[in-house]
Design a protein around this ligand. Structure first.
Ligand SMILES: Cc1cc2nc3c(=O)[nH]c(=O)nc-3n(C[C@H](O)[C@H](O)[C@H](O)COP(=O)(O)OP(=O)(O)OC[C@H]3O[C@@H](n4cnc5c(N)ncnc54)[C@H](O)[C@@H]3O)c2cc1C
Length: 471
């Protein structure tokens, strides 16, 4: 990509694809985005029905880079507010702050369990000092830092339930990026010795659109792309990627049952690797196909329940770890924005993890809504009489890349293969098989564009790759 091509085709209209498209437009390129769904936004989409606006679960937007936060505000075009995050764990009938706070744990756990927790913690620290526990899977990573009792209570059951596989089969990469506190002593110190009147950190504050849900970000990009003369084609799944030697020569997408070929100088894909690679036909050799077959995703079924009350809880989202309950998290959009439900009503989104084709995935919508409602009633969070008739269900099959113990090797060999095409890049959450956030996908889109246009900046593949906390 040393010459300056003038036309680019982007596969996938999620935040990675759209943010890259907007940068190429700003540099005068001819840009075409091709999206399978009838709307842009991908995972960060929003939907509006009967006066309710809802997202695919809770979406909190922030970046550690101030420049990126300013960029989000520019794309929102004034339609944004700051929110102060409240997220908790609901377990055994009690709320625990999340991230965990020692004061809260001390207050809410029975004394015998507290004693067991501290005993376990001390024992594990001593054992670790004599013979270090390897960080070779999620379970070991947490036990080493929190002890087994707290692991089981707050992390193990939830993670097993949400991922559907034993925690010993989940990579520690995921723990490193998603669990905020390094060890229990840090937790205690942070709670006991926290200086008074310290302003909230940016991490606890996030941006959210005043109206329209998180999908406003994608809609903002779409407006900028169209205003700049770009093209966004929706309801158009890409079906084939044609190659010749080290070049991608065109892509074929389907719209209204008709196949269309799109050619350009450069191609960027943000669609799942497991869909993309098989579309490349004979160019793919057996080891690469084996790597593709080794990657797995977790899907989510979202149940949206309308309630005849103003607010269920003040939380943005609540984790539900208990194993006898199917839902693993709920969120309430009216706590993100006061303009997303009719007056005096609220909408709760309950998430259940699933794999495409399994029992949960194939349930009728009415049964999913009933299951979610019954869970909330069993937990004591909801009164059945408050549930309004109707509600909606959405299913997303590529919600989470599964970080099992072999995913790294598979991803490396697939990305190595894709690198052999000199006019092609695969990026974003799906295109790198990376469990990142919205800001990461946007930063990836920007990095691909900056590298191509100006030959500078970091490599997009380095974003969200480090073992650092994502929040
Ligand atoms: C439940 C949930 C909660 C989340 N909460 C947060 C949060 O609080 N904060 C945060 O920052 N992030 C959050 N995220 C992550 C965030 O949503 C994603 O990281 C981000 O939206 C990914 O953008 P992307 O463009 O990389 O991928 P995607 O959004 O997956 O975009 C890929 C696009 O490709 C399209 N596509 C697929 N196949 C084809 C095809 N054959 N042809 C054409 N197009 C195709 C898809 O329809 C999609 O639009 C959450 C994710 C989930 C699932």
């Amino acid at each position: 990509m040393t010459d300056r091509p003038k036309s680019i085709t982007i596969l996938g209209g999620g935040l990675a694809g759209l943010s890259a498209a907007q940068k190429f437009i700003a540099d005068g390129w001819q840009v075409t985005v091709i999206e399978a769904e009838d709307h842009v936004g991908g995972l960060a989409s929003s939907f509006e029905t009967e006066g309710y606006t809802y997202d695919h679960g809770p979406h909190r937007l922030y970046s550690n880079l101030e420049e990126l936060n300013e960029h989000f505000k520019f794309v929102f075009d004034g339609n944004w507010d700051y929110r102060d995050r409240l997220s908790r764990i609901f377990m055994k009938g009690k709320f625990f702050d999340y991230p965990l706070k020692a004061s809260n744990v001390l207050k809410s756990l029975p004394p015998w369990l507290l004693f067991k927790s501290f005993w376990d913690y001390a024992a594990v620290r001593m054992r670790n000092a004599v013979r270090p526990i390897p960080d070779d899977n999620f379970e070991n990573w947490i036990i080493k830092r929190f002890g087994r009792t707290l692991y089981e209570l707050f992390f193990g059951t939830y993670t097993r339930k949400a991922w559907g596989i034993p925690c010993t089969e989940i990579s520690s990469d995921w723990a490193a990026q998603r669990i905020s506190l390094l060890n229990l002593w840090d937790t205690v110190k942070k709670t006991l010795f926290k200086p008074k009147n310290v302003p909230r950190t940016y991490v606890s504050r996030f941006l959210y659109p005043r109206t329209g849900g998180i999908g406003e970000l994608a809609r903002g990009y779409e407006r900028l792309i169209l205003a700049g003369g770009g093209t966004v084609i929706t309801s158009a799944p890409v079906r084939r990627v044609d190659t010749d030697g080290d070049q991608v020569t065109g892509i074929v997408y389907e719209q209204d049952g008709v196949e269309h070929t799109q050619t350009s100088d450069l191609y960027i894909s943000t669609i799942p690797l497991t869909l993309l690679v098989p579309m490349m036909g004979d160019a793919v050799d057996t080891p690469v196909m084996e790597a593709v077959n080794g990657l797995r995703h977790k899907g989510i079924v979202f149940a949206y329940i309308k309630l005849d009350r103003e607010q269920l809880t003040p939380d943005h989202w609540i984790y539900i770890p208990e194993e006898h309950i199917a839902i693993h998290r709920i969120s309430e959009f009216t706590n993100f924005s006061s303009h997303v439900a009719p007056e005096g009503k609220t909408l709760v989104c309950a998430e259940i993890t699933a794999t495409k084709g399994d029992r949960i995935w194939t349930m009728d919508d009415a049964d999913v809504l009933e299951l979610a409602r019954d869970d909330l009633v069993t937990l004591g969070l909801l009164d059945e009489d408050e549930v309004l008739p109707g509600g909606w269900v959405r299913r997303v099959d590529y919600a989470y890349p599964i970080y099992d113990l072999t995913y790294r090797g598979h991803v490396q060999s697939i990305l190595g293969f894709l690198k052999s095409f000199s006019n092609f890049e695969s990026t974003g959450r799906q295109g790198l098989f990376r469990y990142g956030n919205m800001d990461h996908s946007i930063a990836m889109g920007h990095a691909v564009a900056r590298r191509t246009i100006k030959h500078e900046g970091i490599d997009h593949a380095e974003i969200a790759a480090a073992e650092e906390y994502f929040g």
